[in-house]
Design a binder for this molecule. Structure first.
Ligand code: SAM
Length: 467
């Protein structure tokens, strides 16, 4: 069977640890499609609920991704678009190999501490949602994406995830030099030549060339040099790609060890996982290779470092912040169920809800970064009532005592298409719209109709068939 992989790629991989040309070509030619997802532990709290969500996706059962606490393989790909649980943020559809980031993080950082974490190349949000599930609620995650429309997608995905301790920024890596020594953990899932995804997306093969590998490798070096000053002394840097090319993997590790004070850190593996450790020629750095012919996942590479020596952040003076009026507080309070220490953060006409560390850091982050989203937007408090924001409905900060209307599957899909499902209810005014106990968004119920406040940009556009 021919795999249509570039000969120059196959030749360049010869001799790399774990590479077997025959099985590598065979697995690409077979083009098996693997579907995996990661449950959202913030929203799916009980094993019973997890079971229910997974069962609704795959009546034939699921299997666990061996290196991931919340990751599962599905035997076939369902239509996620037509699953209200998907829109409610019950899970994130993520390629299985990249879920190994969990092991890298667990091996290198103390997750019980309040951490400042940066996911530098974050869109669409696979690693960010994983990081958000791993860190404590007291920690903060800055999820950054340089490309503006992709930053918007990242913000939508973090909203759906219900993350209250995350910030989405839209900055170039070099902007992070304005935050010297700031982050405890920086993850760089670098833009790469993408050969690791050739089995899943064969169209990518036509874009591959040795010249592009070189360009990617140079860009990866630039990105790493730009962001390293933002890592604090003894902080952790995790580098990953979805490329098989040594120029983007092992050679980047050697380049990093040559140019910066970085100590390489190994990640414990189980042999049965099929992940291949690779040790660089020059500086003895260990990284991990994922081959689709050795495990159930796509091509991936990851390595971890601790930064020795380095930069320290000067704390800026506390900026004076606007607060809510007593009337605004009165209007907003019944809508919320917020843990102690959360702060209201007025922003333009709206109010953001921020956990304590994020509230303390916001003035600095706002000064230094272009912020697209921070914490949870509660909405716009008027004199009489709050106009609630979708972010509040998608978060865990919304009061459980608000009026709510539960929809069945066809009604939920109509709601998600921003239509009026015509439900019969005695509820009047603002209410949460739910599907099987999970919030989908807001609606305002009037005597003979419903005003649907599901965000236009999130609505399902595909035609519904076969329901
Ligand atoms: N981490 C993401 C996830 O798990 O969902 C995938 C990230 S993807 C491999 C790399 C990201 O880097 C893309 O979103 C891309 O837009 C961004 N990117 C492209 N050029 C960049 C650059 N010069 N500096 C930083 N990021 C860049």
């Amino acid at each position: 069977m021919s795999s249509h992989l570039p000969a120059a790629l196959l030749d360049s991989l010869t001799g790399l640890p774990g590479y077997n040309r025959e099985t590598f070509e065979r697995v690409h030619a077979a083009a098996e499609k693997i579907t995996s997802l990661r449950l959202n532990p913030t929203k799916i709290k009980s094993p019973g609920k997890a079971q229910h969500v997974l069962q609704s996706l795959s009546a034939n059962g699921v299997t666990q991704v061996p290196w991931s606490t919340e990751g599962y393989y599905l035997p076939a790909r369902p239509s996620f678009t037509f699953d209200p649980f998907f829109h409610a943020g019950a899970y994130y559809v993520q390629e299985a190999s990249s879920m190994f980031l969990e092991q890298a993080v667990r091996a290198t950082v103390d997750l019980s501490a309040p951490l400042k974490v940066l996911d530098l190349c974050a869109a669409p949000g696979g690693k960010s949602t994983l990081l958000q599930s791993l860190i404590s609620p007291e920690s903060i995650l800055v999820a950054n994406e340089v490309i503006k429309p992709r930053a918007a997608l990242l913000a939508d995905n973090l909203t759906k995830w219900g993350a209250a301790n995350a910030v989405v920024s839209n900055n170039d890596p070099r902007d992070f030099s304005r935050l010297p020594g700031y982050f405890d953990l920086v993850v760089v899932d670098a833009p790469c030549s993408g050969s690791g995804l050739f089995r899943r997306d064969p169209d990518l093969v036509t874009e591959w060339s040795p010249e592009n590998v070189t360009l990617c490798s140079q860009r990866q070096q630039r990105i790493m040099a730009d962001v390293l000053p933002a890592v604090k002394e003894d902080g952790i840097v995790i580098y990953s790609t979805c490329s098989f090319s040594a120029a983007e993997d092992e050679e980047i590790l050697d380049w990093l060890a040559d140019h910066f004070e970085l100590e390489n850190i190994p990640v414990p593996l189980q042999e049965a996982w099929g992940i291949v450790p690779t040790v660089t020629n020059k500086r003895n750095c260990t990284g991990y290779r994922f081959y689709p012919d050795r495990l159930s996942g796509e091509g991936f590479f990851i390595a971890c470092f601790r930064k020795r020596g380095g930069d320290t952040m000067r704390k800026p003076k506390d900026a004076k912040r606007a607060t809510l009026t007593p009337r605004q507080r009165e209007v907003i309070a019944p809508w919320l169920n917020i843990p102690d220490g959360y702060q209201y953060f007025p922003h333009q006409e709206e109010v953001l809800l921020l956990p304590p560390l994020l509230a303390a850091e916001m003035p600095l982050l706002q000064q230094q970064l272009y912020i697209r989203k921070a914490g949870v937007k509660a909405g716009q408090p008027g004199q009489k009532e709050l106009i609630p924001d979708h972010q509040l409905a998608a978060s865990m900060l919304v009061s459980e005592n608000l009026p709510a209307v539960s929809l069945n599957l066809p009604q939920a899909l109509q709601y998600l298409r921003k239509e009026d499902p015509g439900v019969e209810t005695d509820v009047r005014g603002w209410a949460l719209v739910r599907y099987e106990g999970m919030n989908l968004g807001w609606a305002k119920f009037l005597p003979n109709r419903m005003n649907n406040y599901y965000p236009k940009e999130l609505r399902i556009l595909k035609e519904i068939t076969g329901l």
